[in-house]
Design a protein around this ligand. Structure first.
Ligand SMILES: NC(=O)c1ccc[n+]([C@@H]2O[C@H](COP(=O)([O-])OP(=O)(O)OC[C@H]3O[C@@H](n4cnc5c(N)ncnc54)[C@H](OP(=O)(O)O)[C@@H]3O)[C@@H](O)[C@H]2O)c1
Length: 169
């Protein structure tokens, strides 16, 4: 199973400007990049808080929302929206059994750390938006220790830059 993490950051490393940030500070080009990548991969995994910040399932993609309390959300489930509570390894195994071989992990920091700390994240596509903002959440907020990255590609958008990293395991 290939796991591709996809995030946007301000130049000073902030990924959420507030607790319920809808990440509307990213550029149009990054939104297109995000949409094209996640549509190509077909499945997105996100934490419950990110799902609530987005406010709806992403269309034409299978949305897997990670929560400790999936039963509370059963009524809102639909064909492309599922709530799962399994640990990261079991969750990916379950999806693999369903024939899924690649997923995008689209946030937030807590969910990223849980998967990365089990060495389950293969790639990180990190868009640097050329802005400086307040906000204390960053991609390492929930990590214990450090994660090694190797830059494998750089994609220049009109204003922003996407750094594609391989995650060292
Ligand atoms: N800049 C970007 O690219 C970007 C991307 C994504 C998100 N964000 C922002 O990041 C913020 C949210 O990030 P976050 O780190 O606070 O939260 P998050 O990772 O989106 O979601 C955290 C939730 O994941 C669930 N979870 C955590 N551990 C679990 C476990 N062991 N088993 C099952 N479920 C588990 C819990 O849901 P329950 O509480 O329901 O149990 C937890 O509250 C939002 O403001 C969002 O806009 C930014």
């Amino acid at each position: 199973m290939k796991v591709i993490a996809v995030f946007a950051t301000t130049v000073n490393g902030t990924i959420a400007l507030s607790a319920d940030d809808r990440v509307d500070w990213t550029s149009r080009e990054d939104k297109i990049y995000f949409k094209e990548l996640t549509m190509k991969i077909g499945t997105v995994i996100m934490g419950r808080k990110t799902h609530e910040a987005i406010g709806r399932p992403l269309p034409e993609r299978l949305n897997i929302v990670w929560t400790r309390n999936p039963d509370a959300y059963r009524k809102t489930e639909r064909e492309n929206l599922r709530f799962l509570s399994s640990d990261p390894v079991s969750l990916l195994e379950q999806l693999k059994k369903e024939g899924i071989s690649q997923v995008c992990l689209i946030g937030g920091a807590e969910t990223f750390a849980a998967f990365a700390s089990k060495s389950l994240v293969d790639e990180l596509h990190l868009t640097y938006e050329p802005i400086l903002c307040s906000g204390s959440m960053n991609l390492g907020s929930y990590l214990s220790g450090c994660l090694g990255l190797k830059l494998i590609e750089l994609v220049r958008l009109r204003k922003a830059t996407v750094m594609i990293y391989e995650v060292e395991k």
